[in-house]
Design a protein around this ligand. Structure first.
Ligand SMILES: [Zn+2]
Ligand SMILES: [Zn+2]
Length: 511
């Protein structure tokens, strides 16, 4: 069972949409071209692209997953019952690994097969029509290698448009490639820069996965799966997995687990094996691990006899990014600000991240922790607010505490240049967010959160209407967390209520 849960986690990493659908921007020819650096899942990965044998190796199709489950339904059923045999565990693990084979890597961190993103450099110059030039990475590769490809792409855009300067957005994992680019090539030729829900400071989830700190709670797992079904994760493997199981009549077993509070601490070599056979050999995955976890993660993942030699090239790649880019993140971002004088950081909050980590109630955009993507905001745990007597951590003469009292932006690295959108999921956009990005990119000076009433530090996305607006006392209670993670939160409340009633009962008896 542990091995399957570890695999589910690695799959969560893979299928979580780190990508962004390009959306129109409102620039004219007065403005320099905008390059959007995208991340995971923004385009399919294709094996043997351009040949007769071309096939999509990522993401998996619904049919791939459903077939896999149907072929091995006995083993999956066994797993759901909670007492999986070693034999059936092996069946499931090998079935899931088959799914990942197309994106498999060599021990040196290069692709095992001839796989590329399904993407060509744009032939047409769209900058006069307000289009952005989107860069699509192979999200598995060494970020330094991807940064070299980004350099070629930027040179190409400059040539195509006749401009020698650009503006740039690093979205999600794209912020990792953006910072790697800045570390390698410096700041010349960039007029403005936005880190939008950037992963440049890592993800709690990945750090915990790689250091085997995952605290698996089957109740939380089911809650997360339920959330995935209820959300717009149409092609999310997890929702397909549970959806397919429900289709084949396993509802009773799902409920059995839902009603069983079976915590499992995963702390053995099972995770190590599952991770190293799949995402562990993708250098870019290591770029999601922050400095607090990094060396410990390496010690755990490369702990077997001969690993240091076997993975020497991979280790050199991940160390290069980690020590030359990630640990220098603040320095790199400061350098960009000083060079171009037009930066912005955008973060989202009030969404549940995977409840499989110890801090399942950490503020996040559904994937990346808000504290990290905002470069240091102080965040109340999800579902809570700062106490009545909370005062802003850094008193700088402005208010930086959100009207809902969930975020204190005064501790951000750039408190005047960091914006927050509440309730909007990591990979989702909206017209307001687009306008905010353009506000930052299009100005002829460094814009601030005080500058415009329509773009204050905090805004709120209304899931029902699909629109965002400035966060105020009036709309501060508009939530997403309760709605999207309802099953999980409702479950927690029931448990708390249950214990409370027992305590009250005992108290009444001794009185
Ligand atoms: Zn132009
Ligand atoms: Zn301030």
């Amino acid at each position: 069972m542990k091995k399957i849960i570890a695999l589910l986690l690695t799959l969560t990493l893979c299928v979580s949409s780190f990508g962004l659908c390009a959306s129109a921007a409102g620039c004219d020819c007065e403005n320099t071209p905008v390059v959007l650096v995208n991340g995971i899942n923004s385009r399919d990965l294709i094996r043997n692209r351009g040949t007769g044998n071309a096939e999509v190796v990522f993401p998996f199709t619904a049919n791939d997953v459903i077939d896999l489950i149907k072929e091995n339904i006995g083993a999956f059923w066994d797993a759901l019952d909670g007492d999986i045999s070693a034999e059936n565990e092996a069946i499931i693990v090998s079935a899931v690994e088959t799914l990942l084979e197309g994106v498999a890597m060599n021990d040196d961190g290069t692709s095992k097969y001839d796989v590329v993103a399904d993407w060509d450099w744009p032939a047409r110059d769209v900058h006069r029509e307000g289009g952005r030039f989107t860069f699509i990475p192979d999200w598995r590769l060494d970020p330094m290698e991807t940064a070299r490809q980004l350099k070629e792409f930027i040179d190409y855009v400059k040539e195509l448009t006749g401009h020698d300067r650009i503006r740039i957005i690093g979205f999600s994992q794209g912020a990792i490639f953006l910072n790697a680019y800045l570390a390698l090539y410096g700041y010349d030729g960039i007029d403005a820069c936005v880190w939008n829900c950037g992963a440049m400071k890592g993800l709690e989830m990945v750090g915990q996965l790689y250091t085997e700190k995952i605290h698996v709670n089957s109740e939380a797992l089911i809650g997360f799966l339920n959330e995935s079904i209820g959300n717009s994760f149409g092609d999310n493997l997890l929702s397909l997995l549970t959806g397919a199981l429900l289709d084949t009549g396993v509802v009773d077993n799902v409920l059995k687990i839902t009603n069983k509070i079976a915590d499992t601490i995963v702390n053995d070599k099972v995770i190590r094996d599952s991770v190293m056979r799949t995402v562990g050999k993708m250098p870019a995955m290591w770029a999601f691990i922050d400095d607090g976890y990094y060396e410990e993660a390496k010690a755990k993942m490369f702990s077997a006899e001969g690993d240091a030699e076997k993975y020497a090239d991979l280790i050199a790649k991940i160390d290069n990014y980690h020590y030359n880019v990630m640990v220098k993140c603040d320095e790199i971002m400061d350098g960009m600000r000083d060079a171009c004088g037009r930066i912005g950081v955008i973060a989202k909050y009030n969404r549940y991240t995977t409840p499989l980590i110890d801090y399942y109630n950490i503020q996040s955009d559904g994937l990346i922790d808000t504290v990290r993507e905002s470069c240091g905001a102080t965040c109340a745990d999800l579902g809570t607010t700062f106490g009545e007597d909370y005062t802003q951590a850094v008193q700088d003469g402005h208010n930086h505490v959100s009207a809902d009292r969930m975020i204190d932006a005064s501790t951000c690295r750039y408190p005047e240049n960091t914006w927050f959108v509440k309730n909007l999921q990591h990979s989702d956009g909206c017209a307001y967010l687009d306008a905010l990005v353009n506000f930052i990119l299009n100005a002829d000076h460094q814009v601030t959160v005080q500058e415009r009433e329509d773009f204050p530090q905090f805004s709120v996305y209304d899931i029902a209407s699909g629109a965002a607006e400035p966060l105020t006392e009036e709309n501060a209670s508009l939530g997403a967390a309760d709605k999207t993670a309802g099953g999980f939160l409702a479950f927690l409340r029931k448990i708390i209520d249950f214990f409370r009633s027992i305590i009250e009962m005992i108290a009444a008896m001794v009185r």
